[in-house]
Write a protein that binds this ligand. Structure first.
Ligand SMILES: *Cc1c(COP(=O)(O)O)cnc(C)c1O
Length: 425
């Protein structure tokens, strides 16, 4: 890529494993190295050489108002001037907790943490402590951060033994995690029948968005709710990606299904490192100092992060961001479908609000197995063509794209031209 980015990446590789602080940034499988970003504003990012891109990654979801929105920057500057962390209760934590509980009715009490990983990890520990059970059901292709117990998606035979996806996760931990195919309620029922009093929780992304983007089929979420209630297990929605993005109250508002616990992250922090988890008061009150489940954080709820998150969420509500994102999303979808049609490309386009994914497969995508039908070579050529033409999509077939309220119709039109040319080539 550019010489400055190449020099930086060479230096980074000497001192940072793989040259990156999170693996997807390494652009593996794309036949090129990552670029380094100098600054970002609205829907644009500029690399260190000054080349400008239209960005559809939005720092992997948090930048729902676009990059560096003035309301967030001003809130962060004002908060920073008063001190960046106290480790003593501050008023913004209360405002944030009240806002979350108002917008997400299944959440009666909430704790702030510093990442989505921490949020899901804490949900699992709390569910185990509350139910006094150890087994967890998760779904293949759902990503919940790099939590030991959740780095499992196993293959066939998963009904008996989970297998870790990562070295360093003991088989003994993985064995307590049962990974099932998404959208397969029969497999969930079988699992509950096999271990009727041992399953602490079912955890899922209600809209899976970490193996591309696909959707729960009619009745799936409702069926999970029913099974969990029947068997005394907790239903945990990981809304780190979908929370405050697909609707003000997240996917649970969209589908009308009420989980016991919810993990939040990304949009909630306005780009600062923030996560949260919450749910029924009876469960949340099992947390230390009230109850026996330990959970803590030196920087949790710090005023800088709370100020950024509150400013972003309030601005979203003020401008009715979700309506705007749906309008932009519909326009983006129409242009993409037109391009697919005109170029005769066999592909599957999925969208919910401002989240989207283009799978290079002619077959329907409903779970991890069908997502894996996509042609990685076609994706890599498409990605590289778009990037060279100044449009930055996520550097993997198995990621979701994001629109922000800062994307203009002109930028969407420009993107449509680039996409059409990429598909035609
Ligand atoms: C990003 C993500 C996480 C992990 O959040 P981090 O802040 O990266 O730890 C967990 N769950 C889902 C659904 C995510 O998209």
């Amino acid at each position: 890529m550019s010489t400055q980015s190449a020099e930086l990446f060479a230096r980074a590789r000497r001192r940072i494993p793989g040259g990156v602080n999170s693996p997807v940034r390494a652009f593996r499988g794309l036949g090129r190295e990552p670029f380094f970003v100098e600054r970002a504003q609205g829907a644009n990012i500029w690399d260190v050489e000054g080349k400008k891109y239209i960005d559809y990654v939005g720092t992997w979801g948090p930048a729902i108002l676009g990059h560096a929105p003035p309301v967030v920057i001003e809130a962060v500057q004002a908060a920073a001037a008063r001190g960046v962390s106290f480790g003593i209760p501050n008023p913004l934590e209360v405002e944030m907790a009240e806002l979350i509980c108002r917008w997400v009715p299944s959440i009666e009490k909430v704790r702030m943490v510093n990442s989505g990983t921490e949020a899901t990890m804490s949900c699992v520990r709390l569910a185990r402590g509350f139910t006094k059970r150890d087994r967890i059901i998760k779904f293949e292709g759902c990503y919940h951060g790099h939590v030991d117990a959740l780095l499992v998606h196993a293959g066939s035979g998963a009904l008996t033994h989970g297998q870790p996806d990562s070295a360093g996760v003991p088989d003994e931990f993985a064995r307590l995690t049962i990974a099932l195919p998404f959208n397969n309620l029969a497999a969930v029922r079988e699992t509950f029948a096999k271990w009727p009093n041992e399953i602490a929780a079912v955890i899922l992304e209600p809209i899976p968005a970490n193996a591309g983007l696909y959707f729960p089929q009619a009745g799936f979420l409702e069926g999970l709710r029913e099974e969990c209630t029947k068997h005394g297990a907790l239903l945990i929605f990981d809304e780190v990606m979908t929370g405050f993005r697909v609707a003000r109250g997240g996917a649970q508002e969209l589908y009308g299904v009420r989980p016991d616990l919810t993990a939040l992250g990304k949009v909630i922090g306005g780009g600062l490192p923030v996560g949260a988890f919450g749910g029924r008061a009876e469960i949340m009150d099992q947390l230390s100092p009230l109850g026996p489940v330990y959970q803590a954080g030196t920087l949790s709820g710090n005023p800088l992060a709370m100020a950024a998150g509150l400013a972003q969420l309030r601005e979203l509500e003020r401008i009715d961001g979700w309506k705007l994102l749906e309008e932009l999303g519909a326009r983006f979808e129409q242009a993409t479908r037109d391009s697919l049609g005109e170029t005769g490309t066999a592909a599957v386009f999925h969208r919910v609000g401002s989240m989207f994914c283009l799978f290079f497969t002619p077959n329907p995508v409903t779970d991890l197995a069908s997502a894996k039908d996509s042609d990685p070579g076609k994706f890599a050529r498409f990605f590289n063509h778009c990037l060279d033409a100044g449009v930055y999509f996520a550097p993997s077939q198995f990621e979701t794209g994001f629109l922000s309220t800062a994307h203009t119709p002109e930028q969407l039109d420009e993107t449509a031209r680039v996409v059409r040319a990429a598909l035609a080539s």
